[in-house]
Design a protein around this ligand. Structure first.
Ligand SMILES: [Zn+2]
Length: 334
C-alpha cells in the first residue's frame, strides 16, 4: 500500500471507502501550506483511476497512476490560479465544467483538483457551487484550501472534509530516521519542518535549504541584539521579499514563533521545539522575561495571519521590530 508521508492511516481509511465504490462527489482537503494537500488530492485521483490495483493511493506504477503524477491524465484536471493572475477566473471554471459533463476518456471517473479554493473569483465560486449541487455521476471534485473558514458554508457542506494537520516533530524525526538511517540528521531537520513530513525529507537531502532555515532561526537572535536602524533595514528587506513571495516571510515567522515559545516556557522545564537553540532561548528568557516575550510572540502570530490577508506587510514588520525586546548581550553574540 502507498502511504501519504507520515500518515499511513488517513489514506487507508479513504482508500477502503473508495474501493467499496463509496466515492464522494466532493472532498475538501484543508491544512496549512506545504502539508501535503495537493499530494493527497493526487492520491485520491490515483485511487479512483489506477488500472492495476484498488489499493489506497493506487499502485503508483501503472500508466494511469504515472499520468496523474505527471499531470497528463486526460480525466484529471488541475485548476490553479495562473502565476500572472490574482484569481481563478470564471472562464477556467466554465471550461472545466464543459469537460466534466462528458464521459471519462480513459477511466471510470473524471477528477477535478481545485487548488486553492480561496483563489476563486466570486462568480467562479458561484459556478462551482452549481456543479456541487448537481455533479455528473462520474465526477469527483477535490477542493484544496489552506483556509476552509474562508469558503462559503454552502460549498463546505457539500464536501467530505479531510483536514491535514501538522505531524508531530517526534513522528517526523522517527520517519526521517527510518528513511535516511541518520539519527542526528533526523533530529536536526524534524523541528525545522514544522509538522510537514514532505518538507522534512527535502531538508534531509538538501543541505542548502537546511542551512537557509537554520540561518532564519539565528536571524531572530541577531535582531534581538540589533539597534532600531538595523531592524528597520531588515523590515524593509523582508517587506520586499514578502511582496515577491509571502511564503518565505511566513516560514521565517513560524520558525521564530517556535523559538519565542521555547523562550516563554524555558523556566517551566518543558521540552524545547528547537533543542539545538535551547542555549539561546533560555538566555533570551532570562534576560527579556515573559512580560516582553509573550507580547512579541502574540504579535508574530497576528502578523503571520495578516500576511495571509494581504494587509500591509511593511507596517506589520516594522511594528514587530519595535516590539521585539532589545538585548545588548545578543549584539555581542551575533
Ligand atoms: Zn496504478
Amino acid at each position: 500500500m502507498r502511504e501519504l508521508l507520515g500518515r499511513p492511516r488517513l489514506l487507508e481509511r479513504l482508500g477502503e471507502r473508495l474501493a467499496r465504490d463509496e466515492a464522494s462527489h466532493a472532498y475538501l482537503c484543508s491544512g496549512p501550506r506545504s502539508i501535503g494537500k495537493h499530494t493527497l488530492a493526487l492520491r485520491i485521483a490515483q485511487t479512483l483511476l489506477c488500472e492495476a490495483s484498488r489499493a489506497p493511493g493506487g499502485c503508483g506504477r501503472c500508466l494511469a497512476c504515472r499520468k496523474i503524477e505527471h499531470g497528463t491524465h486526460p480525466d484529471v484536471r488541475v485548476i490553479e490560479k495562473p502565476a500572472d493572475r490574482e484569481r481563478i477566473s470564471i472562464e477556467q471554471v466554465r471550461e472545466m465544467e464543459r469537460d466534466l459533463v462528458l464521459r471519462p476518456l480513459e477511466g471510470r471517473w473524471r477528477v477535478v483538483i481545485l487548488d486553492d479554493a480561496a483563489d476563486l473569483s466570486a462568480d467562479a465560486r458561484h459556478s462551482i457551487l452549481k456543479t456541487l449541487e448537481e455533479p455528473p455521476s462520474h465526477a469527483v471534485l477535490v477542493i484544496v484550501t489552506r483556509t476552509p473558514q474562508g469558503i462559503e458554508e454552502t460549498i463546505v457542506s457539500r464536501c467530505q472534509p479531510i483536514a491535514l494537520r501538522p505531524v508531530s516533530t517526534e513522528r517526523i524525526r522517527g520517519f526521517v530516521q527510518e528513511r535516511t538511517g541518520q539519527a542526528s540528521l533526523a533530529s536536526l531537520v524534524a523541528p525545522l519542518a514544522q509538522g510537514r513530513p514532505g518538507l522534512a525529507l527535502t531538508l534531509a537531502s538538501d543541505a542548502q535549504e537546511r542551512e537557509r532555515r537554520l540561518a532564519m532561526l539565528d536571524e531572530l537572535f541577531a535582531l534581538v541584539g540589533a539597534r532600531l536602524i538595523d531592524r528597520f533595514g531588515w523590515a524593509n528587506r523582508a517587506a520586499q521579499e514578502a511582496a515577491k513571495d509571502r511564503a518565505v516571510v511566513e516560514e521565517r515567522l513560524t520558525l521564530w514563533l517556535a523559538l519565542l515559545r521555547d523562550a516563554c516556557v524555558a523556566s517551566a522545564a518543558v521540552a524545547p521545539l528547537h533543542p539545538d537553540r535551547a542555549e539561546q532561548t533560555s538566555r533570551l528568557a532570562r534576560l527579556a522575561g515573559l512580560r516582553q516575550l509573550a507580547p512579541a510572540a502574540e504579535l508574530v502570530i497576528r502578523l503571520r495571519d495578516d500576511l495571509d490577508r494581504n494587509s500591509n506587510a511593511r507596517t506589520a514588520l516594522e511594528l514587530l521590530m519595535l516590539r521585539l525586546p532589545y538585548l545588548a548581550e545578543f549584539a555581542r553574540a551575533a
